[in-house]
Design a protein around this ligand. Sequence first.
Ligand code: ADP
Ligand code: ZN
Length: 612
Amino acid sequence: MELLRSTDEPLRLLRTVFGHSSFRLRQEEVIEDLLAGRDAMVLMPTGGGKSLCYQIPAMMRDGVGVVVSPLIALMKDQVDALRQCGVRAACLNSTLDFEEVRSVEAAVNGGKLDVLYVAPERLLQERTLEWLDRQTIALFAIDEAHCVSRWGHDFREEYLQLSVLHERYPSVPRIALTATADQATRREIISQLQLEKANVYLHSCDRPNIRYTISDDDNGRERMWRFLQSEHPNDAGIVYCLSRKKVEETAEWLRARGRDALPYHAGLADHTRRRHQERFLREDGVVIVATIAFGMGIDKPDVRFVAHLSLPKSIEAYYQETGRAGRDGLPASAWMNYGLKEIIVFRQWLSESEADAAHKRVEHQKLEAMVGLCELATCRRRAIRAYFGEEPGESCGNCDNCVDPPQTWDGTEAAQKAMTCVSRTGQRFGVNYLVDVLIGKDTARIREWRHDRLEVFGIGAEHSATEWRSIFRQLIAQGCLRVDAERFDALRLTDQSFPVLRGECGLTLRRLRRAATVKKGKVAVSPVPMTPSDEILWQALRKARTALAKEQGVPPYVVFHDTTLRELVRLKPLKREAMEQIQGVGEHKLRKYGEAFLRVVREHVFAERDGA
Ligand code: ADP
Ligand code: ZN
């Protein structure tokens, strides 16, 4: 291999092994860096193609490329996917038994492996390092590099010790990769991993194929149901909830309504969790309902939606979780509905946490930025890009605020009424009680407190209770009211209340948006509209793919991605030469699967001709 190396070699491998026609973004430059023995740091959006940046150089350089990844659950799929392309790959982690470890080590000793995935805790064992000392190492790739950040939500203690790689193997090139990193995290990665000399490749984090939608309805679950049934009636997706209890309830609720939904959280037995994840990866149309314990680095490319039934605690977390949708580049949805409750719980949790003041301040700012993104009336994507330090660009046309701009109204008077009500009732009551007073509801509790005699009683009859709850939510989100968690979630005035109360400054509020309604008899919305005949071919190809995947015990997307099947539908190749031109069809896969898929296409085309 070494002798053959020419400047065209990476491109040749890209085409023959992976079946892609040209490099994406700056993959080629990164590959050149590693081939020349230089370090690199790559920030690329999920689905951007980070893996090829180290896989191709690992195949070309002498020795084995060592890939550090925190995601043991994923390694097997990554290895399977490489082997399907004919790349010599393996992994080392705690799921292997002694014999398996021995055979992987023997393969490396014999120079028979190109790519080796290793869990960080495994790599850092002295025994492993001593063994590596005796090997030729092509490169180190440190995946999910943001795990070194103490401030981040994926912090891994072991990642801090990875600086040992540079100290112990100074001449081996290293590449750090991540999809989420703001400037501060980027700096941390560089200093913790001693990558000061690395070439830094920053690609836009933007995921143009994902449509962002955020709402704050009282009944998030019903709203989600309407969204699922109208946009993704048969698709696979992830629903995130805050607590285990809510995960269980929601999964059951979806199942009762006919969706194939499975719970996933840290409280379930290991084997149950594994089984659920497995079904999600290997079958079509499974919905996983999970706490954030699920999905870090889930590689399933055809997750068509990620729905949040609660507020993530930072934009980073939101972005990473929603980033699991649409890795194949086809249209996907990031849908979220949040409630007041979570803002209150998070704020309280932050004020009670034992963390030091600096840490708390950072967490607090992150939460407020997330709330700000929810409250936004303008393009969400621009705000996200700006948050990650990018040029915000034009409005995207693919988020709820762009597609269906929210109506705003002058809420000053409503805000004054709400705040006066808080103040007159003694800053002791929660939202629901205050709303009842404002709309003049006749309840025993109100009579008991004699609040029916206040002048604020019934002064808000022009809005419904739902509208008032939305008004309160916005006032709290904007900081004009605060929730006193120690006093049964009583609302209190803040410094920001007074200018509004005195009429010194106005307040703009959003109107509640109506949820999408399910149109009767509507068929599945597929990402790219297909003719009925193409739809038949598409289903036939998927069936063939599932069968081939089952035979080998791998997920269907390891055989071919949806993008490849869609190209097969579009181009309908009848011969191997034509099929070879298609994205994702490399030499190895063409040999292995070409005939099977060509047969399906031919049958379909001939049947159509006969029918015509
Ligand atoms: P990341 O790790 O950045 O999330 P992956 O490395 O898993 O992304 O790649 C995402 C998808 O993009 C994969 O299906 C991969 O085959 C595809 N891909 C990568 N590079 C290219 C390329 N140059 N041309 C076409 N597809 C590519
Ligand atoms: Zn937009």
